[in-house]
Design a protein around this ligand. Structure first.
Ligand code: SAM
Length: 211
């Protein structure tokens, strides 16, 4: 089995919310960026346990790109106790808070991607303020609450380079399928005139920065 196939098979075993078809589309987008822009800098907002990081990392390592994977690792609103996507096994007994960092680290170590996927542990808005590097690939899959998603859009999309790729997850046109904010920021990216959509798979949208 090739290195890429074994990483994609491994990604299937990592806990997370991304359907396989979307993970493979994410990988395909990232492979294209890796080919067109070797050794470039990428960032994802929302690591969770590292599932999307493996899809992206599998592509990144093919041409020495680096993926920064950003998360405070305490889960989004919907991951907290009493909410739909709460998972007791992710709670740290020391402080009774959700902590996905050890699971993320284990995923990246098992995938042998530690020199390709670099964890940024912190609040997205804090890191964005001090992050100057331009990005050839940005994947937004962080908090889906209104304010959080809009801050990610406002803080991170200006860092995408001309011709660079913006990927947004959980974009649902039909409100019965999922929350509004990812769809709203997708529309805002198009309305800005700076991005055009070039592909989609399920709830994953891929855009190119055109100006
Ligand atoms: C939908 S999950 C990411 C899923 C991941 N991409 C995957 O493939 O499994 C969203 C993540 O965003 C993180 N998050 C939410 N708000 C954040 C913020 N303001 N700063 C940093 N991380 C945040 C949560 O901790 C959570 O792990």
């Amino acid at each position: 089995m090739s290195r890429a196939s074994s990483l994609l098979a491994f990604a299937d075993t990592v806990r997370g919310f991304m359907p396989r078809a979307e993970g493979l589309a994410l990988y395909d987008e990232a492979r294209r960026v890796a080919r067109e822009r070797p050794a470039s800098t990428w960032l994802e907002v929302g690591s969770w346990c590292g599932k999307s990081s493996v899809y992206l990392g599998a592509a990144a390592e093919t041409s020495a790109c680096v993926l920064f994977s950003l998360d405070h690792h305490h889960g989004s609103e919907e991951n907290q106790r009493g909410w739909e996507y709460f998972d007791e096994s992710l709670v740290d007994p020391h402080d009774d808070r959700l902590n996905t960092l050890p699971f993320f680290q284990r995923t990246i170590a098992q995938a042998e991607l530690e020199r390709t996927v670099v964890a940024l542990v912190g609040h997205s808005e804090v890191v964005a303020t001090h992050f100057d590097q331009s990005l050839d690939l940005l994947f937004i899959d962080g908090g889906h609450a209104h304010d959080v998603a809009w801050r990610d859009f406002e803080n991170w999309t200006p860092k995408v380079s001309l011709g660079g790729t913006l990927l947004i997850h959980d974009v649902f046109e039909d409100p019965s399928e999922g929350g509004r904010p990812p769809y709203e920021i997708f529309l805002a990216a198009l309305a800005s005139g700076q991005f055009v959509e070039h592909a989609h798979e399920g709830s994953l949208r891929a855009l190119t920065r055109v100006r």
